[in-house]
Ligand binder design. Structure first.
Ligand code: PEP
Ligand code: MN
Length: 350
């Protein structure tokens, strides 16, 4: 059972500590959050103790209200933390109405391929460089990525362009290695419910981009997966919508991109949510329109695949943009950027 205690505005440190002491005395944990208003999350409250505890806490000075949490996720919920999470990556702030664009090749293939792409996407306005060093491929005969050599090339690209790096980690044993080279650890759609991997990236404390997917890619399950990372004490979690398996026999797109998920997540959670229109559609000509839809819906950022020569890409060529196409996409987004979108204003409230 989860329970949240919302303190009155201006509650003092002593008053907050008093509530925390009361919880600890009963053997429960406490999690603190909130800036303007303090919110205390009670952990491990026993079901048959719930009503009595709520009543007792309610009578303490400076307690505004005590709310039982009906949702299965807590740390990820808006109730627990009303202010948007802003993940800091190398001086960038992601969340709270940001519009951060991550771009680069699906896979790191060679120095020339990666560096030319890095320079091109940076010139077009992307702030983070993507590139897979470890690739989850449907067939074991397909290109699996360059592994450590790929990570080294990403570090090289960062050195040259100053762009922070996002790259996928597939195996819990590779988390420490990847964290040495990359700024954001990507959990791919296939691994959303890989709990050992979630715990490990949680323990790393490193920023994480958690893609939606897995066997049961509901929004609730996605937020529960984020909860695994948050529970390890890592608050630097970003979500990424990348489309769901196509239902109803549709074959025109690779996946069905759920733009509504942006609005749903912003209502349920304080975590930043990005959109991947590349995997979301599977086709280059659909990427820009869906990128605009994502921004219009209030996404905190985008992640887009770009390749110097999509026809010769070792993975995901059909959905990769050329440098020119990416430039056009970026110019198209300019018009959509809200003129006044101060950081800290949740996109949902715009
Ligand atoms: C990728 O980003 O290249 C990737 C494999 O994405 P997803 O996990 O969304 O399929
Ligand atoms: Mn890809």
């Amino acid at each position: 059972m989860r329970m949240i205690i919302i303190m009155r505005k201006g509650a003092t440190r002593e008053q907050i500590d008093h509530v925390v002491d009361r919880l600890r005395e009963r053997g429960y944990g406490a999690n603190l959050s909130g800036s303007e208003v303090s919110v205390i999350g009670a952990i491990g409250v026993l079901d048959d103790d719930k009503a009595r505890l709520a009543e007792q806490l309610q009578s303490l000075p400076a307690v505004e209200k005590v709310v039982p949490v009906l949702k299965r996720f807590k740390l990820a919920s808006r109730e627990f933390q009303p202010d948007p999470t802003i993940v800091k990556v190398d001086g960038l702030s992601i969340g709270g109405g940001s519009m951060v664009v991550m771009a680069g090749p699906c896979s790191v293939e060679s120095e020339q391929q990666l560096l030319s792409t890095a320079h091109a996407v940076r010139a077009a306005g992307a702030q983070v460089l993507r590139g897979g060093a470890f690739k989850p491929r449907t067939s074991p005969y397909d290109f699996q990525g360059l592994g450590k050599e790929g990570l080294e090339l990403l570090a090289r690209a960062k050195q040259e362009t100053g762009m922070p790096i996002v790259s996928e980690v597939l195996d819990p044993h590779d988390v420490a290695l990847c964290a040495q080279y990359v700024d954001i650890l990507q959990i791919g759609a296939r691994n959303m419910q890989n709990y050992a991997l979630l715990r490990e990236v949680g323990r790393s404390g490193h920023p994480v981009l958690l893609k939606r997917g897995g066997m049961y890619p509901t929004i609730e399950n996605w937020l529960l997966c984020a909860e695994y990372i948050l529970r390890e004490g890592n608050r630097n979690v970003m979500l990424c919508e990348r489309g769901l398996p196509v239902g109803g026999g549709e074959t025109a797109t690779r996946n069905v991109l759920d733009i509504a998920a942006v609005a749903v997540v912003h209502e349920l959670s304080h975590l930043p949510v990005l959109v991947d229109p590349s995997h979301g559609t599977g086709k280059a000509s659909y990427v820009a329109p869906l990128a605009r839809a994502a921004v219009a819906a209030g996404a905190d950022g985008l992640i887009v695949e770009v390749h110097p020569d999509p026809e010769r890409a070792l993975s995901d060529g059909p959905q990769s943009l050329t440098f020119d196409q990416f430039g056009t996409l970026m110019r198209g987004l300019e018009a959509l950027r809200p003129a006044s979108s101060p950081a800290g204003v949740p996109a949902a409230a715009r």
